[in-house]
Design a protein around this ligand. Structure first.
Ligand SMILES: [Zn+2]
Ligand SMILES: [Zn+2]
Length: 299
């Protein structure tokens, strides 16, 4: 699995010793219906001493992968809304949640990537901190089939039965929709009942992308949680708030020949989740760009 390089650099802010971090012995609540606690809690405990427990709230009302409940907000807005649902349900001021976006990345039609976001909402300090990880190893299938089709190789590609399946009619209304199927006899039965009510006689079979049914998604969520834990461990050099990390990248490496700026990353800007303090750290390659990349020297 690969993760995105953005925000991966070491933070220049002081890393609080674990026993002095403001989250040591605090409790955060994780809003999940999909068994995400083992993916997120260990990183938080190890990096900042935060105790995470889960609360079962209906996060599906904020949108589902299958589209039976439409997603209205951005992944960030949805994750923050989930975290707040958990905080409200548990009555505590620290909350965590995750949100995944699965599909072809921009400009790549034949690749499926999972972009996983994990956020922490801290009402006491008034901060929201998030980190993402991108993985290309997620296993997904989607196909319209008749009950007579041989689907052995399709299921093998889809990692069935470890990966759960969703079945619905291939045409007409989405109902009935059978979710979280992990055994062959239930799958065959669902395909039969959905094909019968579908105007084209076919059933649509696809991977159930919910985290507790999609094992190939789980390491990507854990990677995002790990990056968030590392970011929370770094505290602001001026106000000591958790969540010090890269907030943007500055472009403009001077061309080695003409010294004009080339549109390559020149510096990482680190910022605080709570105050406006920022520090700019030059990248090692910023002592000069190859004139071959310069639009003046090599137009
Ligand atoms: Zn140049
Ligand atoms: Zn600060």
């Amino acid at each position: 699995m690969s993760t995105s390089p953005a925000n991966a650099g070491p933070a220049p802010g002081p890393r609080s010793p674990r026993d002095r971090h403001p989250y040591v012995a605090s409790t955060a609540v994780l809003a999940t219906m999909h068994d995400k606690l083992p993916l997120i809690a260990p990183a938080m405990a190890a990096a900042v001493g935060l105790d995470v427990r889960d609360v079962h709230v209906d996060t599906d009302q904020l949108g589902t992968f299958t589209g039976d409940v439409a997603r209205r907000g951005t992944p960030w807005e949805t994750a923050v809304a989930k975290a707040r649902m958990g905080m409200n349900a548990a009555g505590i001021s620290l909350g965590l949640a995750s949100e995944g976006s699965i599909g072809p990345p921009p400009g790549l039609a034949f690749v499926i990537a999972a972009r996983e976001l994990v956020v922490l909402v801290d009402n006491e300090r008034g901060i929201i901190v998030g980190e993402t990880a991108i993985g290309y190893d997620i296993i997904t299938i989607a196909s319209d089939i008749t009950p007579d089709d041989d689907i052995e190789s399709l299921l093998q590609r889809g990692g069935f039965p470890e990966h759960g399946m969703i079945v619905r009619p291939a045409a007409g209304p989405l109902a009935p929709m059978h979710k979280g199927i992990h055994d062959r006899s239930s799958l065959d039965e669902a395909i039969r009942t959905c094909a019968v009510v579908s105007p084209n006689g076919r059933a649509h079979v696809e991977t159930d992308l919910r985290a507790h049914h999609c094992p190939s998604r789980r390491p990507i969520i854990a990677a995002a949680a790990d990056r968030l834990a590392q970011r929370l461990a770094a505290c602001c050099p001026t106000c000591a708030s958790p969540g010090w990390g890269i907030v943007r990248v500055e472009l403009g490496v001077p061309c080695q020949h003409c010294r004009r700026p080339v549109q390559l990353p020149n510096a990482d800007v680190y910022g605080c989740a709570a105050c406006t303090f920022e520090q700019t750290l030059s990248r090692p390659e910023s002592d000069g760009a190859d004139p071959g990349r310069c639009e003046w020297c090599n137009p």
